[in-house]
Design a protein around this ligand. Structure first.
Ligand code: ZN
Length: 239
């Protein structure tokens, strides 16, 4: 019996008008997922995240205003993070569910150094984690606030000393949003499936950390890509 490949599914920029449908889609397939929510979106649509919690999804903090940390002073960044965190705490409390842990993902994976890690992956390069005075301050803040990694098994090469959540593979689903479509090398779900087939790192057993998005204009595309991983025999791991 061949070893199954395994992955943690993380989904950014939740909620949108399809979040309930996404939660149902994942629940039907018994796929665990960690939704990184944007506080401003949660305020507009608080029921969606409550629904996701009730369907067993884990909620992580993806900031309130989704501004790149490289463009913010540490205090402004921390205030923004706190604003989102209060909303998450309140959503868990309304659902009467214990919050399983505190997880944070930087918008654009700009960890304070101005580098947008996801775009580097999109261009096919290996992402390098930059560490400087500012990124250290932000990491220390996260540690002091009790943020941790949600992964029980760390992927190979994952910087386990980082307190924020990174990923090992971005699906590139954002390239199919109205704003980006046609401007990048991958222009369709079929292109992005081919990219999954051709990715060298994904051939290993893992675990991998996949990055997808919960955005209204790519709901069907994101579901199709999650289904593709599922069909390829990936086992989705619990947090
Ligand atoms: Zn985002």
């Amino acid at each position: 019996m061949p070893n199954k490949r395994s992955a943690y599914l993380t989904i950014d920029d939740s909620p949108c008008e399809h979040t309930e449908a996404l939660a149902d889609f994942l629940h039907e397939r018994q796929i665990p997922a960690l939704l990184f929510v944007r506080g401003a979106f949660m305020e507009q649509n608080p029921k969606a995240i409550e629904y996701a919690i009730q369907k067993g999804l884990v909620i992580g903090n993806h900031s309130y205003a989704h501004k790149p940390a490289g463009e913010m002073e540490p205090q402004e960044w921390a205030d923004d993070l706190e604003k989102c965190d209060h909303l998450i705490d309140a959503a868990y409390a309304r659902c009467d569910v214990d919050r399983p842990g505190k997880y944070y993902r930087f918008p654009y994976i700009d960890r304070g150094d101005g580098v947008r890690v996801e775009r580097i992956f999109a261009d096919g390069d290996t992402a390098e984690i930059v560490e400087n005075n500012k990124t250290s301050i932000l990491q220390q803040y996260l540690k002091d606030q009790g943020f941790t990694q949600p992964f029980k098994n760390m992927p190979a090469g994952y910087p386990s000393h980082a307190v924020d959540c990174l990923f090992t593979y971005t699906s590139g689903d954002w390239m199919l949003t109205d704003r980006h479509k046609g401007k990048w090398e991958y222009k369709s779900v079929e292109d992005l499936k081919r990219r999954i087939d051709e990715d060298e790192n994904l051939q290993s057993k893992g675990p991998h950390v996949l990055l997808m998005h919960d955005q209204s204009d790519i709901h069907a595309e994101a579901c199709a890509l999650i289904d593709y991983f599922y069909q390829q025999g990936f086992e989705f791991l619990d947090f």
